[in-house]
Design a protein. Structure first.
Length: 366
């Protein structure tokens, strides 16, 4: 069953998109863990439509795209690889070039480090492009997260939505920075070793420190908000469901904030959930993800950053807190807002975020 009383994606599109004349045509290159979620989030929007998604071969995942009514394309223009879909009795509408020819913007959800090769294709096709955080900032010279630098991305040809961890750091640090004017941050990323569906990597009975010091997460925050001084360390642990951040932030003299006012600041920040851990029996990432599943979103996703209220403490100028990141989904709505930034259709990041989140909730009848 799909979207509560609406039985098919087509029903939803007809009901909520009919009034829009200039709908943004979005291509999704890579229909995997991130791509399938981005496709749903785009499909939910009144001002956008998914004109096609790509798969490398006629494998698992193609049927989901077909059931959703997303036109399926091959990631390659090789006729042999395209014909493999037909041989598997899966309708394929062509190669990547065919898809790019009908798109206004492409969201690249292909495996990390393929960006340079794909970037040339997007430029040749004259299509705006959005990469994910697995690519380097230098690929486009521009990065994005809605709360930090939406306006800097307005009308750009291409950008990169920062990683799940950098998105999470930005959601809580940017409002702090804007409230007090400066921040110096040290943080440790306690990272999941692999995604739930990944069986090829990750320590089974080990804790693996990331020996490249500092880790990239802090410097990535500075690609979207350069005024925040931040260093980070990272360690991978044998879990698959979330990342946890342990953060120490030094606020400037005269900041005027309290533990309570900081908690209230985050409560008013989009895509941040602040809840008591002990009082709600939400003291572990497993319990937080169970809460997310109870919310009713597909795949049990949690687009918001989860902050443990009873783990927040300001001592003088030094703030301590913990937060949890659902690595498969916190960047999903950011991709939608980034599309609007590149297309120049919404200059107010809060407006875009509100529209994005409301549409996704409506899509899943939440």
């Amino acid at each position: 069953m799909f979207i509560g009383s609406l039985q098919t994606p087509a029903d939803y599109r007809k009901r909520f998109r009919g009034a829009f004349v200039n709908v943004i045509k979005v291509a999704i290159n890579g229909y995997g863990t991130i791509g399938k979620r981005v496709a749903d989030a785009v499909d939910a929007q009144e001002d956008m439509e998914v004109v096609g998604v790509t798969k490398t071969a006629p494998l698992f995942g193609c049927n989901l795209a077909i059931r959703k009514g997303f036109p399926l394309y091959c990631t390659s223009d090789d006729p042999k690889r395209i014909s493999a879909f037909e041989e598997a009795r899966i309708e394929c509408h062509g190669g990547l070039s065919d898809l790019l020819s009908i798109a206004d913007v492409v969201v690249d959800c292909s495996p990390g480090k393929m960006g340079a090769e794909n970037l040339d294709k997007y430029k040749d096709a004259g299509v705006k492009h959005i990469f994910q955080g697995g690519e380097e900032h230098s690929l486009t010279g521009l990065s994005y997260t809605s709360c930090a630098n939406h306006n800097e991305n307005l009308g750009a040809d291409g950008t990169r939505v920062v990683s799940c961890n950098t998105t999470g750091l930005s959601r809580t640090l940017v409002p702090l920075f804007e409230a007090c004017g400066s921040l110096k941050v040290e943080c440790t990323m306690i990272r999941r070793a692999a995604d739930p569906g990944d069986s090829k990597k990750g320590p089974i009975n080990a804790i693996k420190p990331v020996l490249k010091i500092p880790s990239h997460h802090g410097s990535d925050v500075m690609t979207v908000k350069s005024g925040i001084e931040i260093n980070s360390l990272a360690v991978a642990v044998p879990t698959t469901i979330m990342h946890v951040h342990a953060i120490v932030a030094d606020l400037p003299d005269g900041h005027g904030l309290t533990t309570e006012s900081i908690v209230e600041l985050w409560r008013k920040t989009p895509r941040v959930i602040v809840m008591l851990g002990e009082g709600n029996r939400l003291t572990t990432t497993a319990e937080v993800m169970e809460m997310a599943r109870d919310m009713g979103r597909k795949w049990g996703d949690l687009h918001e950053i989860f902050v443990w209220e009873d783990g927040v403490k300001l001592v003088g100028n030094r703030l301590y807190y913990f937060q949890a990141i659902h690595q498969e989904s916190d960047v999903i709505p950011e991709n939608v807002d980034c599309i609007r930034a590149l297309m120049g259709t919404d200059h107010d990041w809060r407006s875009s975020v509100a529209n994005t989140d409301a549409a996704i909730s409506r899509y899943y009848s939440l």
